[in-house]
Each structure stands twice: as structure tokens, then as C-alpha cells.
Unconditional design. Structure first.
Length: 123
């Protein structure tokens, strides 16, 4: 049964200066996400934007937004086939469990100036 659905759209251009702002990347992304995104070199900002959209979409799927959650506790990874997935830690995991969540489905897309994410939470 679906217990939550969220979608978010990010304008990539608003994030293009983030790597130049001291500490902002570390504020929103954990170490694993930063390493994975930077490996993409010229498309790293697209990777950051898609991951940020996923975090926002997760908050919407919870029905509470991101209030009370640390964004670094919502980790967007790619599995061995490249499929994106969300791994939850501490504050995000607690909110997910409180909702009765069992599975998370994530879809990401990005191109040039736009990134979008859809999150479905099953309970």
C-alpha cells in the first residue's frame, strides 16, 4: 500500500554556484553523495541537483516536509546497475518508521537546467 508520494523539481542554475560557497555542499549532502557526485566531473552539478530533488521529494512523501530532518540523513545512492535508491539514517529513518514505511521507490531525471525526483513510500 502506498503511504506517501512526493515529487520535486530543481532549477540546476540556482545550484551552479554552490561548489564555490564554503560548506554548503556538506550542509546538504553526506560524504558518500559528495564523492559520487564529484566523480561525474562535468555533470556533478546535475547529480547534486537530482539528489537534492530526491531529498525534497522524500520530505513531501512523508507528508511532513523536511522539518526535523537532517538532509545528510537522506542519502541518495546508485545500486550496482546504476538505479538510484534512498538510504536513510537517524532522523530520516525515524520519520520513515513513524510513517509505517517499508519500501522506498525513487526515480530521478535531469537534463541541462532541470532535475526532477519522484519518491513513493510503501507501507
Amino acid at each position: 500500500m502506498i503511504v506517501g508520494l512526493g515529487i520535486d523539481f530543481v532549477n540546476v542554475n540556482r545550484m551552479r554556484h554552490w561548489p564555490e560557497v564554503d560548506g554548503i555542499i556538506e550542509r546538504f549532502f553526506n560524504k558518500n553523495e559528495i564523492e559520487a557526485s564529484l566523480l561525474r566531473r562535468t555533470s556533478s552539478i546535475l547529480s547534486f541537483a537530482a539528489r537534492f530533488a530526491a531529498k525534497e521529494a522524500f520530505g513531501k512523501a512523508l507528508g511532513t516536509g523536511l522539518s526535523g530532518l537532517r538532509l545528510t540523513d537522506i542519502e541518495v545512492r546508485n545500486n550496482h546497475n546504476g538505479k538510484p535508491c534512498i538510504v536513510l539514517h537517524e532522523t530520516a529513518l525515524e520519520a520513515f518508521m513513524d510513517l509505517g514505511g517499508k519500501n522506498i521507490h525513487l526515480s530521478l531525471s535531469h537534463e541541462d537546467e532541470a532535475a526532477v525526483a519522484v519518491v513513493i513510500i510503501e507501507g
